[in-house]
Design a protein around this ligand. Structure first.
Ligand code: NAD
Length: 500
């Protein structure tokens, strides 16, 4: 039976799960994946055409179902992500995978009515008594390709916006988190009809196949390197893309700011998920002469948060051997180029590499051409640079690709304004790290090399909505003036408007 027949026969809209359909996708690979996904997409598009734009009540039901499913599975989520990481803090999972998604759903449900409203627009006197408005229309079927580091949040976050905007969606979780991917598949197939929300699992070839489809929108969250490949693939069908990418997010500690407080916040941001966060502070710039004090404050802050490492359930492991080796190589490279590396390890534990718990490493005097200063770190390693003037720190940021996030620790509003005005980044937290992502009313997205487009908040709804402009001509109107043969009337009107 073809996939399309399978969808049609086994799971009409609203009827729920279809395990056979899911099993069919377990064997997806290569060219077969493109064919089968094309078939799934065609089925979804046909269902979308048939059902039209879901009304407010229907969308509220969809969002409500998702919210209940996530809450009901919160412990399964923490467990699955924990299995995939080989040790992920349960609390980090409950906060970053569950709470953020649930908050986003609640926020969307609260605001959906106002977001869906048709916007009346102005009509110039020339076109009166005609009327203009913008109507909100779902785009259709959205593809969501997500990474491993927050595998639930980054799959379901975009889905919230897509469903609020009345779309259908095909999700492809990362192949590096198989337990979580299976859980997402199970959870969403039990919650939504397969022609409404479908999770495909498999390797990179399946992600590639998805990116090659004529989707109505594609959200990709992952590395800048793969983002370029995705955009190239999407260009074939002019599929609009939202690219949520990575990069090196700087933290700048202002001259008058407490080094202790800055160190606490920066270590919190760096150690959450063991630094495997797209908006983790990547490196820090402190005023000249303060680096040693900053190191000591980081040491104290870390020891307070994590008195021990290897058996500490709050301290997350590095996801896999490959990432662990990559981080070790970056440290070796920095060391060979003369950097000083300070490990934060309160009990001086001997850490088993097989457990992949990597103690935070502070790096002084890292050379600009070292891997640590060239590539996104994505682990608990923090290069510390010094600066003499704020202008110099700003110039360093601006000499590099536009970061996903920027952190500035400062109380002086003039200096804050200067940094906000003179740097361009995806988002900013002042006197804090990472918390801008948790603000439900703020859009989230990169700029330049850190991405394009945004979701979260109203912008999330708009990303997945065609804001369609409509002009209603009135029965009595002056449009005859605009058509040939042109004569005295239009000349008179043009003179009035434009002068002689
Ligand atoms: P990645 O780019 O390696 O993979 C992300 C996804 O892309 C995976 O699902 C994978 O299957 C797919 N993929 C890989 N190669 C592909 C290809 N050639 N064609 C099509 N799809 C392909 O990223 P990752 O290692 O999973 O995640 C880490 C990166 O993600 C970091 O750079 C991080 O900064 C970034 N990130 C960004 C955000 C954000 O919101 N901006 C959030 C989390 C992570």
């Amino acid at each position: 039976m073809s996939l399309m027949e399978n969808v049609a026969q086994n799971a009409p809209v609203g009827r729920g799960s279809n395990p056979r359909l899911s099993r069919e996708f377990d064997v997806l690979s290569g060219d077969g994946a493109v064919e089968q996904l094309s078939s799934l997409l065609a089925t979804m598009k046909a269902a979308q055409r048939k059902s039209g734009s879901p009304d407010y009540d229907t969308r509220m039901v969809h969002l409500g179902k998702l919210e209940r499913a996530v809450i009901a599975r919160k412990h399964d989520i923490a467990k699955a992500v924990g299995m995939d990481f080989g040790g992920r803090s349960k609390h980090e999972s409950l906060v970053a995978e569950v709470m953020i998604v649930v908050n986003a759903i609640k926020y969307a449900r609260e605001h959906l009515h106002e977001w869906m409203e048709t916007e009346p627009r102005e009509v110039s006197w020339m076109f009166m008594p005609g009327r203009a408005e913008v109507i909100m229309q779902p785009l259709g079927v959205v593809g969501i390709i997500s990474p491993w580091n927050y595998p639930v949040q980054l799959a379901l976050g975009p889905l919230v916006g897509a469903l609020a905007a009345g779309n259908r969606a095909i999700l492809k979780p990362s192949e590096l988190v198989p337990d979580t991917a299976d859980l997402l598949k199970k959870m969403l197939s039990e919650t939504f009809a397969p022609d409404h929300v479908f999770v495909v699992t498999g390797g990179v070839d399946v992600s590639e196949a998805l990116s090659q489809l004529p989707l109505d929108h594609l959200v990709f969250t992952g590395s800048t390197r793969v983002g370029k490949i995705i955009m190239r693939a999407a260009a074939e069908h002019l599929t609009p893309v939202t690219l949520e990418l990575g990069g090196k997010s700087p933290a700048i500690v202002g001259e008058g700011f407490s080094i202790a407080q800055a160190a606490q916040k920066i270590m919190m941001g760096k150690c959450f998920n063991a630094g495997q966060t797209c908006i983790a502070p990547d490196y820090v710039m402190v005023p000249k002469g303060r680096a040693d004090a900053f190191v000591e404050e980081c040491r104290a802050a870390f020891a307070t948060m994590y008195p021990r490492i290897e058996t500490n359930p709050d301290y997350t492991a590095i996801i896999n051997d490959r990432q662990y080796a990559r981080l070790q190589q970056a440290l070796d490279d920095a060391r060979q180029r003369g950097a000083k590396i300070i490990e934060l390890n309160p009990l001086k534990e001997h850490l088993d590499p097989n457990a992949r718990k990597l103690a935070p490493q502070l790096v002084l005097h890292a050379k600009d051409d070292s891997v640590l200063m060239q590539e996104e770190i994505f682990g608990p390693i923090l290069p510390i640079r010094t600066y003499e003037t704020l202008d110099e720190a700003i110039a360093y940021v601006n000499d590099h690709p536009r970061p996903l996030a920027l952190y500035f620790f400062e109380h002086d509003q003039k200096r804050i304004d200067q940094v906000l005005r003179e740097t361009v980044s995806g988002g900013v937290s002042i006197n804090e790290t990472m918390m801008h992502i948790a603000q439900d009313d703020l859009p989230f997205g990169g700029v330049g090399a850190s991405g394009m487009g945004a979701y979260h908040a109203r912008e999330g709804f708009e990303t997945f909505t065609k804001k369609k402009p409509v002009f209603y001509q009135s029965r009595i109107n002056g449009s005859s003036l605009l058509k040939p043969p042109y004569g005295a009337k239009i000349d008179f009107a043009l003179k009035l408007l434009l002068g002689k």
